[in-house]
Design a binder for this molecule. Structure first.
Ligand SMILES: *Cc1c(COP(=O)(O)O)cnc(C)c1O
Length: 439
């Protein structure tokens, strides 16, 4: 532990870690971390816009928007004011039997924003649970319609849908940790995205082989995020939707990462002209302020649950369902999408990312450079991730690569000069990596 502290401290010229970090460190189990070797996390004491202020006074420019959530930048005054007012009035009441304006207003607004008749909104607390609810809706939809046996889902290679058991079962088995949980995880069906004629035929064959067993297919529209920032075109997504329609399975769009402007449109499936039966939203829903998620269903899905039989109801209900603080944050975030030119900012950001990162194409060790909306990724040949993370800190930026991907997903509101610092650091560090590879 002492080692880790020194590591980041000395390299980036930081001060000693604060007492609370030293005292709490043995007790906090970190995400996706081998705790024996995990470096000391970096203490943050304040956020503002696209800046993270560290405990020792240093400031990092943020290229991650906190796992892609803080789309308006941190501490946006409009969101802050609305959450503060809601905190005064009512931080929380149970959703069973009681109603409150923030959730009911938000549901109506999401229904109006979402494509087609995705009009029925089920609130949960996290993206993974939104996916669990979508899967339960899909499986029970067929049961309620009198069709038994449709208990599996189809998912795509490089997909990521969350960390709870059902959601994890839908995540690419080669990327995730299915091996540890064999026998406990439901076994789903996997296919390649239908990018061309061959893979479209293969998808059809898989859907045919599992006829009568599949409730739905789930896809991250246009960009597969945690599976490696892999982009596909609208035609590919349309082929997915067509295949689902041909074989009579529901389509779930997991827009948890792509939703709310990240790909350039409010929702990626709308951009591609695809109307899913069920859609999952979370990450940027509250502008990065609170944990909240929503599963939206189309009319025919919702109607399959309307019955005189009590057991036909959707049996789900998180304790903090529709939390008023989170819904107030989400309503304020939607206000900002209405009042401020967010999608135009995404378009400008996209052009800057493309222009600034293009020179990295073709360097030794650089496999691919790709930009979609406010996401710019550089795929590398077996990069040394700890080296990259340390180098970015030295450059005064918060960029956290994973797998073979170094990427930027900043706030849509990031000022030009701060964006230049991010792309400048990216270009400099990838060049240094590439030079190290060159003979
Ligand atoms: C992050 C993510 C999830 C899981 O959301 P959590 O809030 O972390 O549970 C699911 N699907 C996609 C596409 C995601 O990016």
């Amino acid at each position: 532990m002492g080692n880790d502290t020194g590591n980041i401290g000395r390299r980036a010229g930081a001060g000693a870690p604060p007492d609370w970090l030293v005292a709490g460190r043995p007790h906090v189990w970190l995400p996706y971390a081998q705790m024996k070797t995990a470096p000391m996390p970096i203490p943050v004491v304040r956020t503002e816009g696209s800046r993270l202020t560290l405990a020792d006074g240093r400031v990092l420019i943020d290229g991650m928007s906190s796992w892609w959530t803080a789309c308006h930048g941190y501490n946006h005054p409009h969101i802050r004011e609305n959450v503060a007012a809601q905190l005064e009035a009512m931080p929380h009441v149970m959703f069973g039997g009681l109603a409150h304006e923030p959730a009911y207003r938000l549901a109506a607004r999401l229904a109006a924003l979402a494509p087609g008749d995705l009009d029925h909104v089920f609130f949960t607390d996290s993206g993974s649970v939104a996916v669990e609810v979508a899967a339960k809706m899909a499986v029970q939809y067929w049961i309620n319609r009198g069709e038994q046996g449709r208990t599996r889902l189809l998912s795509f290679r490089f997909g990521y849908h969350g960390d709870t058991m059902g959601a994890m079962s839908l995540t690419d088995p080669d990327e995730g940790m299915h091996a540890h949980f064999k026998g406990y995880l439901p076994e789903q069906v996997f296919a390649d995205l239908p990018r061309d004629e061959d893979s479209t035929k293969a998808l059809d064959a898989i859907l045919q082989r599992h006829r009568g067993q599949l409730a739905a297919a789930i896809v991250e529209p246009l960009v597969q995020g945690a599976g490696g920032m892999k982009i596909h075109d609208a035609a590919t997504l349309q082929r997915v939707a067509e295949a689902c329609a041909r074989h009579g399975v529901l389509l779930i769009a997991d827009e948890i990462m792509t939703g709310f402007g990240r790909t350039g449109a409010m929702f990626a499936c709308a951009e591609a002209g695809v109307l899913p039966d069920i859609m999952c939203l979370s990450k940027a829903l509250t502008g990065g302020t609170m944990s909240l998620a929503a599963t939206l269903a189309r009319g025919h899905v919702y109607e399959a649950f309307l019955s005189d039989t009590p057991t036909a109801a959707l049996m789900h209900g998180p304790t903090f369902m529709g939390n008023p603080l989170a819904c107030a944050a989400a309503n304020a975030s939607l206000d900002l999408f209405e009042r401020e030119p967010r999608l135009a900012q995404v378009a400008a950001l996209s052009a800057r990312l493309a222009a600034d990162l293009a020179p990295l194409t073709g360097l030794p060790g650089v496999v691919d450079v790709r930009v979609k909306g406010a996401m710019g990724a550089v795929q590398l040949q077996s990069p040394d991730i700890p080296w990259f993370r340390a180098r970015f800190l030295e450059e005064g930026v918060w960029i956290r690569p994973f797998g073979d991907i170094v990427y930027l997903m900043p706030a849509f509101t990031i000022p030009d000069d701060e964006l230049s610092q991010l792309t400048g650091a990216m270009v400099k560090v990838v060049h240094a990596y590439s030079d190290r590879l060159a003979p």
